[in-house]
Design a protein around this ligand. Sequence first.
Ligand SMILES: [Fe+2]
Ligand SMILES: [Fe+2]
Length: 162
Amino acid sequence: MPRKTERIRNHHKGIVKSLKAIVRRADTLTSRPGAAVRKALTGDIEFLRNDLTPHAEGEERGLYPEADKLIRKYGRPTATMSREHVHLKKEIATYCRFAQRIAAAKGPVPAATRTAFWKSAVRLEFLLSVHLEEEEEDLLPFFDKYLSQKEVNAVIEKMHGH
Ligand SMILES: [Fe+2]
Ligand SMILES: [Fe+2]
């Protein structure tokens, strides 16, 4: 039986497909893009502005208020943060793989490797900076406001395992 949220999931599948196409176009862009590519870029702008942005706004309006209630009752509010840790570890692994390869290179580093390395650095920096912002803006204020310094210190000690 299909899940009740299948419509949202299917919409997301469409978004992922469009995003993959956007990345592919950026990856393969030449110095003189042809008419087809220019047309596709216009389509990408249209998609991002008129499909993806309203999608996010619709979620803020409809999905998130309900999600807040459900998660408060049945879920774990920091599940999304933990999921980001999983993805951060993957991005770290990718970056380190390229960095190691470049650090150990005997001859010149091929352009494709340099591009892939650059991409991994940008992805890692982006995800990590968003993640840190979430922790600092959405989690830590609660600790500042509702815990004593002693309680915060106990949390920090637990984090560092000593
Ligand atoms: Fe969404
Ligand atoms: Fe974290």
